[in-house]
Design a binder for this molecule. Sequence first.
Ligand SMILES: O=C(O)CCC(=O)C(=O)O
Ligand SMILES: [Fe+2]
Length: 292
Amino acid sequence: MTTAVHTSSAYTTDISRLQVTRLTGALGAEVSGISLSDAPNPVLRDTISALLHEHEVLFFRNQPLNSQQHYEFARQFGDLHVHPIYPHVAERPEILILDTHGKNPPDAINWHSDVSCIERPPLGSILAIKQLPPVGGDTLWASATAAYEALSEPFKQFLAGLTAQHSLIHSFTEEQYARTPEERVHWQKAKDNNPPVSHPVIRTHPVSGRKAIFVNEDFTQHINELSRRESDAVLQFLYRHVSHPKFTVRWRWQPDDVVFWDNRITQHIAISDYLPHRRIVHRATITGEKPF
Ligand SMILES: O=C(O)CCC(=O)C(=O)O
Ligand SMILES: [Fe+2]
């Protein structure tokens, strides 16, 4: 389904040209007819926010953004997070780099939501592809609202009120990130600055009011109110459930694509099927609110 969004604006971006094409039943829409490198524009920002709340992940083709434009586009939606471990572009600490190839294989190989291990996890992330492998390197997103809504009422009631512990070093392990003395100093600092936090297992989107499963394989350690064995079983079920194909959308990247996801109610996974070829993405990560 393709719909035109009619909004008039005094800004340089003509929003009347904006077109939205829904991609799957669960989530995702391709948005065209606008330029993300235009000067910050509250009308465009509010339109994109509304579309994000409706579709959960927005895909934009042909949006060449330099780091400053990437920063300025993202900055309209909130404060930007500086990642404690990943490298960033020289000119902007808020724009992180994932540069993966045969000698630096990707580590984001589990379904996850970004940095769920901090008090105010990101409301969204904006990813720009910088180098594509010859084939492969797709990314998938899953709707944690659709997955939640598909659960039975008794199971929803069981999950209500549970909390889970999330930890940075569950994902960024000592083995992987503290291999050299310099890496160890960096990793230890990241660990000290990011102690584990607890969040509700089911969170509520602050705007749409929809509920979503908010545990993920990368950062969640255990459900606080359950025994370890019970927690492991429930978490395994929830991870498998969220990533069911009927709750997902898969994106085949083209040069200069940009993707903006609502990180509170989706999870994603990058497919590591292109090694030893190289793939580079840049990400801006927008700070969110304390989950409730
Ligand atoms: O490389 C990708 O497509 C996504 C990697 C990832 O998990 C992220 O940027 O948050
Ligand atoms: Fe991620």
